[in-house]
Structures are given as C-alpha cells and as structure tokens.
Design a binder for this molecule. Structure first.
Ligand SMILES: Cc1cc2nc3c(=O)[nH]c(=O)nc-3n(C[C@H](O)[C@H](O)[C@H](O)COP(=O)(O)O)c2cc1C
Length: 189
C-alpha cells in the first residue's frame, strides 16, 4: 500500500495523527473517527493491537485513512521500525478506544505491543479515550492508572454513561466520535 497525500485543507491540515485502536467492542467506532479526522485534513495512521483486529479489520482503517496500518512489531518494513518512525513524526497520539490493558501498560511503562512502544517513544501530546465495562472503569486499579497518566500530562477523554456491550447500563461507553474530534481540534495550533 502506498502512503496518502495528506489533505491540504481543513482544521487539521498538516497534522499527523497516530490513532491507536485497542480490543474493545467500541473499536468499530474507530472507522468513523478515522474518516472524520481525515476529512478534517489530518494525515491519520492507524495502529491496532492484535485484539483490535478481532473487532475491526486493518483493511477498513487502511482504506479510510488512506495509509498503511501497523498491527505487529513483526510485520514492519524498512530499516527503522515503523512504530518508532511514527512516534517521531506524529503531532498527536490518540488511542480510541483505549482498553484497561492499554491504560495499565502506559501507566506502568510497559511496551508489549506497538501502542505501548509508541506511548513511550513519542514526545507528542497523548489523548486517551477509554472504553470498558463500568465496574472495570471504576476499579481503583484503573482509576489509579488514569490518575498517574493525567499527572504526566496525558489527556483523558472521559467515557460516558450509556448501554454497554456487556449488557450493563453505566459509565464506560466510548465518548462520542464528535466529542473526540472536538478534543483533537483543541490541539490544532
Ligand atoms: C467482546 C469483548 C469486548 C471487550 N470489550 C472491552 C472493552 O470495551 N474494554 C476493555 O478494556 N476490554 C475489553 N475486552 C477485553 C480486551 O479485549 C482484553 O483485555 C485484551 O487483552 C485487550 O488487549 P489490547 O489492549 O491489547 O487490545 C473485551 C473483550 C471481548 C471478548
């Protein structure tokens, strides 16, 4: 797949965004998010965890972003690992949806996957949009990890209350795509 020419118009023109997608049922919303960010002018590079590929295909995110999708350390091409190249060049690292696993990895400096490695390697602002079962979200372990990340300057796009895929009603639903886009737009200058 060849790289796209970033759109030259829109409020995010000239911005390169790494969009991390992890293994939540909300991963399908990353398709819409990718499309909206690209339409706003951003050069979007989707990075998926192995679990995320169970929920949405790399083909979908690659087609909508018009860029190759990274999904494994072991499939990268070129002399420089693609995730390090991406970590260096992005203006923003957004993870939506971010699982409890991802939140825990970043809070603890773990890099078992591409997203953990990009989190540690990038100097760009980091935005996380967690999505998970409400009890998981409210668990002290997850809340402590989120506090740790906030104290390091990571911006959390809080999940909302609603019907959850696990059958419960409560907090934990991924923030609406337009809210996530709005938060990204605050980083446009
Ligand atoms: C149907 C289904 C839905 C899931 N949804 C979520 C979710 O919304 N949030 C979450 O933290 N984990 C969820 N999980 C569990 C994660 O997929 C699991 O913790 C996985 O290890 C996350 O890996 P990743 O962060 O590398 O993508 C779900 C699992 C299944 C089977």
């Amino acid at each position: 797949m060849t790289e796209s020419t970033p759109s030259s118009s829109g409020p995010l023109a000239g911005k390169t965004i790494a969009l991390g997608v992890s293994g939540s049922i909300a991963a399908y919303k990353a398709a819409d998010l990718t499309s909206e960010l690209r339409k706003a002018g951003a050069d979007v590079h989707a990075v998926m965890t192995e679990s995320a590929t169970q929920f949405i295909s790399a083909l979908t995110l690659g087609t909508l972003s018009r860029n190759p999708v990274l999904s494994s350390f072991w499939k990268e091409e070129g002399w420089q690992p693609g995730h390090i190249e991406l970590a260096d060049k992005v203006d923003l690292f957004l993870v939506a949806p971010a699982t409890a696993q991802q939140v825990g990895n970043y809070a603890n400096g773990l890099a078992p996957d591409l997203l953990g490695a990009i989190y540690l390697a990038t100097k760009a602002p980091v935005l996380l949009a967690p999505a998970m079962n409400g009890k998981m979200y409210e668990h002290l372990a997850v809340q402590k990890n989120l506090e740790t990340l906030k104290s390091r300057g990571v911006e959390i796009i809080e999940p909302v209350v609603g019907e959850l895929a696990c059958g419960y009603e409560g907090i934990g639903k991924l923030a609406p795509v337009d809210e996530i886009v709005k938060r990204v737009l605050t980083h446009q200058s």
